[in-house]
Design a binder for this molecule. Structure first.
Ligand SMILES: *[C@@H]1O[C@H](CO)[C@@H](O)[C@H](O)[C@H]1NC(C)=O
Ligand SMILES: *[C@@H]1O[C@H](CO)[C@@H](O)[C@H](O)[C@H]1NC(C)=O
Ligand SMILES: *[C@@H]1O[C@H](CO)[C@@H](O)[C@H](O)[C@H]1NC(C)=O
Ligand SMILES: *[C@@H]1O[C@H](CO)[C@@H](O)[C@H](O)[C@H]1NC(C)=O
Ligand SMILES: *[C@@H]1O[C@H](CO)[C@@H](O)[C@H](O)[C@H]1NC(C)=O
Ligand SMILES: *[C@@H]1O[C@H](CO)[C@@H](O)[C@H](O)[C@H]1NC(C)=O
Ligand SMILES: CC(=O)N[C@H]1CO[C@H](CO)[C@@H](O)[C@@H]1O
Length: 423
């Protein structure tokens, strides 16, 4: 893979470190996990497509490796084979490896599939999500690639979860493209074994004035999500369904005002939700709409003003955000007021990135803020049935994971009193 000339690296290191706080720990080098040969698969990760398909994405340094995945339900026995496509991108002096995408399916639910990428190489295995409740999500944003990220990932790996959800800010490569590769290697042990569904944060933009004017070049190439399959025209916002949950991934860094493409897509997407089939609606985006931390105060207001009425009318149950490097849980809220028919909001931007924690909360805690703490950690959401879900937040206490907050969340079902006319 291409390497930036030294002076450019220095330039971009300076550019990227502009808002790194004093607490910033070094980005850990995970490059010791480098593949042995150019044809070896690396950075393997899985995402969901529709109800019974998955996309396997991996990278090879060698451009001639076929985009083929062989798979089956017994180790070493690959009764199925699927062919996909490949891409690559350049960014200044860097040229990515060959990025392969292959769609597998139809697949059985709640089943372990063994697979191999590029017709040889090591075997991986992935468990497909359950098709019915209960289902568990591991959720965390602002991940980065530090020692803290490593412990967050270790804790998540110990949890029994079906799907990983990430509300933005993945690698913190911040224009240094090799850091996308090291991030891919860091997350592979988790992302090759469970589906990872992500949406973008500001660290994915990677625009450099005049020099790189196209945004999300690396993100869109490396983390392709099922946007076409959900009627979206952009990888920056999409939706998918799993086991009775309709999940909407919004883009804080795409146009969101009324009449924008994203707004109209969201309206159409929510109008298609069948609450009998998916009693739960969950939304993720990067910049929080509710936030009592001094960091990024008010940044989500415009998007909230534009889109919150759509979420409210559709009876969205829970909205997750990142961006603020802390944990905060809110009541059901709508238009800045506690409202039993609004969504529960949760900020979970505490994955472990190099910028440190946002420890400065506003002095007066608003009525809708129920729990707030600036510590690294992750969240787990188990949806037990159409009416009951359990949320827990797990703080990183050095090497251990400690459950530090939890609560039950009840659905906003069609049978409740919350009708769209209420607002
Ligand atoms: C990669 O994709 C291009 C078209 O996009 C195709 O021509 C080429 O054969 C592919 N490479 C491999 C190894 O499949
Ligand atoms: C794979 O294919 C073989 C031969 O067709 C068959 O005997 C076997 O049952 C299949 N295994 C699975 C897990 O489907
Ligand atoms: C990540 O954590 C594991 C388990 O604690 C440890 O063995 C490994 O050395 C860590 N990796 C890095 C790069 O810190
Ligand atoms: C909604 O989903 C239920 C359960 O899958 C199904 O019986 C019903 O026909 C669906 N309603 C519509 C309008 O598609
Ligand atoms: C839903 O799950 C909760 C928590 O496990 C349980 O208390 C409740 O009885 C369940 N409801 C139904 C209808 O099964
Ligand atoms: C729903 O509304 C009806 C009529 O206004 C009222 O009697 C009932 O208590 C309400 N239920 C809840 C759960 O608020
Ligand atoms: C909070 C809420 O609206 N919960 C509802 C969930 O669904 C059940 C059964 O349909 C209703 O009885 C609850 O009111």
């Amino acid at each position: 893979m291409g390497v930036l000339p030294g002076f450019m690296m220095m330039l971009f290191a300076a550019y990227a470190s502009a808002n790194v706080g004093p607490l910033a720990p070094e980005t850990v080098s995970f490059l010791q996990q480098k593949p042995n040969s150019d044809t070896d698969p690396q950075q393997v990760h899985v995402s969901l497509i529709g109800e019974n398909q998955m996309r396997i994405t991996w990278i090879t340094n060698d451009a001639n490796v076929p985009s083929v995945v062989e798979y089956g339900t017994s180790p070493g026995v690959y009764n199925f084979s699927a062919k996909g496509e490949n891409t690559s991108y350049t960014y200044l002096g860097y040229r990515s490896g060959q990025i392969h995408y292959v769609t597998l399916g139809p697949l059985e639910a709640n089943t372990i599939y063994y697979y191999r990428c590029g017709t040889y190489g090591p075997e991986y295995s992935v468990k497909t999500p359950r098709s019915e409740f209960p289902i568990t999500f591991a959720i965390v944003g602002d991940l980065g690639q530090t020692g803290r990220t490593n412990s967050t990932l270790q804790h998540i790996q110990q949890a029994n979860y079906d799907v990983f959800l990430l509300p933005g800010d993945l690698s913190y490569a911040d224009t240094q493209q090799p850091l996308w590769d090291s991030f891919g290697m860091l997350v592979q042990p988790l992302a090759s074994t469970r589906p990872w569904m992500v949406t973008e944060g500001d660290h994915e933009i990677e625009r450099i004035p005049i020099v790189i004017t196209t945004e999300f070049i690396a993100y869109n190439a490396r983390w392709r999500m099922p946007f076409e399959e959900s009627g979206s025209s952009s990888n920056l916002y999409y939706s998918f369904e799993v086991a009775g949950v309709h999940i909407v991934m919004l883009g804080s860094y795409a146009e969101y005002k009324q009449n924008s493409d994203q707004y109209e897509w969201l309206q159409a997407d929510l109008s298609r939700v069948n609450k009998t089939r998916t009693p739960w609606i969950i939304v993720l985006f990067h910049v929080p709409w509710y936030n009592s931390n001094a960091a990024h105060q008010g940044e989500g207001n415009d998007m909230r003003a534009a889109m919150e009425p759509l979420l409210y009318a559709a009876k969205v149950d829970i909205a997750f955000a990142g961006h603020v490097h802390a944990y905060e849980r809110f009541s059901r809220v709508y238009m800045n007021t506690v409202n039993p028919c609004g969504a529960v909001h949760i900020t979970i931007g505490d994955g472990g990135n190099s910028q440190g924690l946002d420890s400065d909360f506003l002095d007066s805690q608003p009525q809708w803020s129920l729990f707030r703490e600036a510590s690294f950690g992750h969240g787990e959401l188990t949806i037990y049935n159409a009416t009951h879900a359990h949320w827990s937040w797990h703080r990183n206490d050095d090497d251990a994971s400690t459950m530090a907050d939890e609560n039950w969340i009840n659905n906003l079902s069609l049978s409740s009193n919350c009708t769209a006319e209420d607002y």
